[in-house]
Design a protein. Structure first.
Length: 277
């Protein structure tokens, strides 16, 4: 039987590579355009992505029997990101606290059965997605170089992903976490490390006029957080028995399948740039 040439075969790493590249380029163009045209548009882009991710997690968590409070989750997510942009870290934390309380009150009429499971799932979702995403919003706050900080953040995460993908496909032989993510290899992690540190140095030196060693630190920390973020999302999917969070993004899966490394890395990059640049 012949191979249907009209359907792109997935790559060795399990992706439809042309579709993944096309979607990645399109998303990058939207992010860059919003950043350097009007920073408030960037907030809207992030908010749209985060709301989509929250919706994905609500859907998959419900398959485990948890009852999530959709309205306070969506309203609270919006309030957290807008608060981060206009009020900074403290406003982000206050919005988080109020949203957690709102989800508790919203769940109370449902009775005591499953109450702890439901409110803790709500709180986990809020801490995992909108809280971490809030640090990406905090990155854009500085008037002089906010967009450049965001670009630095995205570049190190993309470099980690691309470096790991290329090295893993070409040289991957030793599984890194076979019970969590079988396709991840130590060779891929080495590629991620080299690419991420290189991107960190280049970004900090050329975009932020910082010291090269600061960029090296940013890259070294980012490769760790990006890897942890990727593995953490893989554990969630394995626990729930799903392959992708959704099929919204061709070649990538769901929105959360693209945000996992970004979410885990945003607080670390914000803190390092805040302290060292």
């Amino acid at each position: 039987m012949g191979v249907d040439q009209s359907t792109p075969a997935p790559s060795r790493a399990g992706r439809n590579l042309p579709a993944a590249i096309a979607v990645g380029v399109a998303l990058g163009a939207v992010i860059l355009g919003s950043l350097f045209w009007q920073k408030s548009l960037f907030v809207l882009v992030v908010l749209a992505a985060v709301l989509a991710a929250v919706d994905e997690l609500v859907r998959v968590f419900q398959t485990s029997g948890a009852k999530l409070s959709r309205i306070p989750l969506f309203v609270g997510t919006t309030a957290m990101l807008v608060s981060a942009y206009y009020g900074g870290p403290l406003a982000l934390l206050i919005a988080l606290a109020l949203t957690v309380l709102a989800t508790i009150f919203w769940r109370m009429p449902g009775g005591s059965i499953g109450f702890v499971r439901d409110v803790t799932t709500n709180a986990f979702l809020l801490g995992y997605v909108p809280l971490l995403a809030g640090f990406a919003i905090l990155l854009v706050q500085p008037e002089d170089d906010g967009p450049q900080r965001v670009v630095t953040f995205f570049l190190v995460v993309v470099a980690s992903d691309v470096g790991g993908y290329v090295a893993g496909v070409l040289f991957g032989k030793h599984p890194m976490a076979p019970t969590i993510s079988p396709k991840k290899s130590w060779e891929g992690f080495a590629g991620s490390t080299l690419a991420c540190i290189g991107a960190g140095i280049g970004s900090v030196v050329w975009l932020l006029d910082g010291h090269w060693w600061v960029g090296a630190i940013v890259g070294a920390v980012a490769v760790l957080t990006a890897t942890v973020g990727d593995l953490a999302e893989s554990m969630i999917k394995r626990d729930l028995g799903i392959k992708d969070m959704s099929n919204l993004l061709p070649g990538h899966g769901g929105v959360m399948d693209r945000l996992d490394s970004l979410l885990a890395t945003a607080p670390a990059v914000w803190l390092l740039l805040h302290l060292l640049v």
